[in-house]
Design a protein around this ligand. Structure first.
Ligand code: IPM
Ligand code: MN
Length: 360
């Protein structure tokens, strides 16, 4: 048999384990078909472990995960734990410590999937958001003083340095060159759009915009450059998403616009994301949360986790397998599934996993 990849699996909280189980089923089917092995090792990080042990993440966690070629994650977030504790202590901590400075989030409408955008189909909703994933307001300094008094002050600052901005933009330019609309035979240009707010955040986005044009002109003259304000971007994501090819933006803006993007592609049931360290260990996850109210019912949609698995295969270099998983998902959405919403698919979680796996 061919190559073996060591994969760390973090099923996590809520419906995470259910969707990851289906993802692993599909990934193993792809491995068997395309002649490689996936050696999966489970990690029990999440709310249950925290409530049991009082420890959010073991001290060795980051070092342990560094030993793997990729991380496959279900969901983090538990109704019995104060909001923010697990998200910051596990998900964000791993993103930052593993220096996964890119969050790649395709916004793609699959055939047969209903979008809330009237009269638009898969040919209109097909772009990718490159979200900066290690800096900005997520890691900027801040604090609260005089808490609880009428003089209370809260500060949380958006901080970017040139290094963070430049490496993110370079990744986005390279990505656009390889996977933009022209490269995919779907248009006559590869276009990278910078999403910012240069009219108000005149320091941070000035740095982004200057760096964008400077390196674009010098090193990526073949990639067409556009700039959009983030508020206008939201408008166009609804009105004319076909304008977009690849978008690049800051951490916070990327977080916000990709939830809107996910909704236009049929919801959290299908939206996948990749936290990428191009030189290190990357982590792949469905972008929806742990969905506590659906937990354990075998009704949650596993397609987002399966699509995240396809992104993992692509990053590992198993391009044929990744393409086959995506094709199988498209066949299932086009011919089988009634709705992407939990409980309305016409199939159970495990049956949807079977449908995709069978098509491989
Ligand atoms: C996401 C999530 C996270 C984020 C939360 C859970 C910390 O919303 O992956 O988009 O803000 O990045
Ligand atoms: Mn989010």
């Amino acid at each position: 048999m061919g190559k073996t990849y060591a994969i760390a699996v973090i099923p996590g909280d809520g419906t995470g384990p259910e969707v990851v189980r289906q993802g692993c089923k599909v990934l193993n089917a792809a491995a068997a078909k395309f002649g490689f092995n996936l050696e999966m090792t489970d990690f029990d990080f999440g709310g249950e472990r925290y409530l049991r042990t009082g420890e959010i993440l073991p001290e060795t966690a980051v070092d342990d995960l560094q030993q793997f070629q990729a991380i496959y994650l279900g969901a983090i977030g538990h109704p019995g734990v104060k909001p923010g504790l697990l998200e910051k202590g596990i998900l964000l901590k791993l993103r930052f410590e593993l220096d996964q400075y890119i969050n790649l989030r395709p916004v793609r409408l699959y055939p047969g999937v209903e979008t809330p955008l009237k009269n638009l189909g898969p040919e209109h909703i097909d772009y990718v958001v490159v979200r900066e994933n290690s800096g900005g307001i997520y890691t900027g300094t801040g604090g609260i003083s005089m808490k609880g008094t009428s003089n209370e002050v809260a500060v949380q600052s958006m901080v970017y340095n040139r290094f963070q901005v430049e490496r993110c933009l370079r990744y986005a330019f390279e990505y656009t060159r390889k996977f933009g609309k022209k490269a995919r035979g779907k248009g006559n240009a590869n276009t990278l759009g910078l999403v910012g707010k240069t009219n108000v955040l005149t320091y941070v986005f000035d740095l982004w915009e200057r760096t964008f044009h400077e390196i674009g002109e010098k090193d990526y003259p073949d990639v067409q450059r556009e700039y959009y304000h983030v508020d206008a971007t939201c408008m166009w994501m609804v009105k004319s998403p076909e304008w977009f090819d690849v978008l690049v933006t800051s951490n916070m803006f990327g977080d916000i616009i990709t939830d809107l993007g996910a909704e236009t592609q049929g919801g959290m049931g299908i939206a996948a994301g990749a936290n990428i360290n191009p030189e290190g260990v990357s982590m792949f996850e469905p972008i929806g949360g742990s969905a506590p109210k659906y937990t354990g019912k075998n009704i949650i949609n596993p397609l987002a986790a399966i699509c995240a698995g396809a992104m993992m295969l692509e990053t590992l270099g198993e391009l044929d397998a990744a393409g086959a998983v995506e094709k199988a998902v498209k066949e299932v959405t086009a011919t089988k599934i009634k709705s992407l919403s939990a409980g309305k698919m016409g199939y159970s979680t495990s049956e949807v996993g079977d449908l995709v796996a069978q098509r491989l």
